[in-house]
Design a protein around this ligand. Sequence first.
Ligand SMILES: *Cc1c(COP(=O)(O)O)cnc(C)c1O
Length: 427
Amino acid sequence: MRFVSTRGDAAPATLSEAIAAGLAPDGGLYVPEQLPVLALADFEGRQSLPQIAARLLRPFFEGDALAAELDAICEEAFDFPAPLRDLGDGTFLLELFHGPTAAFKDFGARFLAACLARLRSGSEKPLTILVATSGDTGAAVGGAFHGMPNLRVLILYPDGRVSPRQAHQLGAFGDNVRALRVAGSFDDCQALVKRALNDAELQSRVPLSSANSISLGRLLPQMSYYAKAALDHFRAHGEKLNFAIPTGNLGNALACILARKIGLPIGEVLLATNANDVLPRFFDGGDYVPQASTATLANAMDVGAPSNFERLRWLYPDEDALRTSFRAISVDDATIQDTIQEVWDRHLFAICPHTATAIFALDSLALDGSWAVAATAHPAKFESIVEPLVGAKVAPPPALAELLARPSHTDPVPADYAVLVEVLEGD
Ligand SMILES: *Cc1c(COP(=O)(O)O)cnc(C)c1O
């Protein structure tokens, strides 16, 4: 299969090329030249997440250098579960937080790492993955690439603007993963990373790549857990499963929408955002107007210009058809807090602020059918928000606890490009 740019001005690329490049050379996003269609029978005898993932992704890897490695990549990347917890009344929680850094981004980051490790084996210089992060992405990427030969990660985060637990996590990997705490904002970090990724002269000496949410190497594998949940539900109940998904850059929700297009038994897809309501405005009939982002309690979704919207438009070229295909609901901070409390009172378990947006959106619409809410992070990652609301301690899951128990080291740097270059060339 070949991959083309959403903007149509780039030469078609193989999957390996598209994964290595990140963004297409014309500034667009890589999309498959055509989408495969799979039937239920294609998944016969396949039960586990890696098995279902490998079957689902096979058409995308056809003819690619990595095709023979796909089974091994899926086994390696998806070595933790994505269970469906039954909440009663036809509602389920799809728990996506059982990976090493307790957020759904572990799935995509680990798959990308498994691909890049194979693509880079045998190259002389290590490839450096540069990430600017406001929290979850940096941790997932650090965790995924930790210990991988020929690859290193440099994380840039805004000093004092991520939670203490997040900061500890970013500095706790060590070895080939290094974290810089930048005296500046997240935008400063992102500007430094963008400049380096566009600096051909620097890259002739220090090979660089990115791992942000537009990477196909993160997007495509995220279809797998929706496919498994929908197949399990269909096999048990003979009906489609609908999904409610906390949404920021639209990477997670787009994966679900792609899985549905490919033929998985997925019904409706409901998008939940925080107060950043660019998508709800559009789906309510307004224009698509990107905005500056607003800080909220669900900070991993503080996005004013969802980067994958361009892919959604490619998938639904007719704007009216796109508008009527999905619903999107914006949920403010006070409602996020109420929902965390209410779920605790009703079910006696804690949820994270992101997950709360989707639970509220679903409850507010009182829709028919069976629904799974994507639980995108473990509540223990956001303990300073969640614990006071539920009046109890929320214990971190084992993998996260282990990371938090390790020593942590991060280096302070000014928001200065020359300093970043020095660090990149340093070792
Ligand atoms: C990144 C993230 C989201 C948003 O996912 P997108 O793919 O950007 O829409 C939601 N919840 C959590 C916990 C996240 O880390």
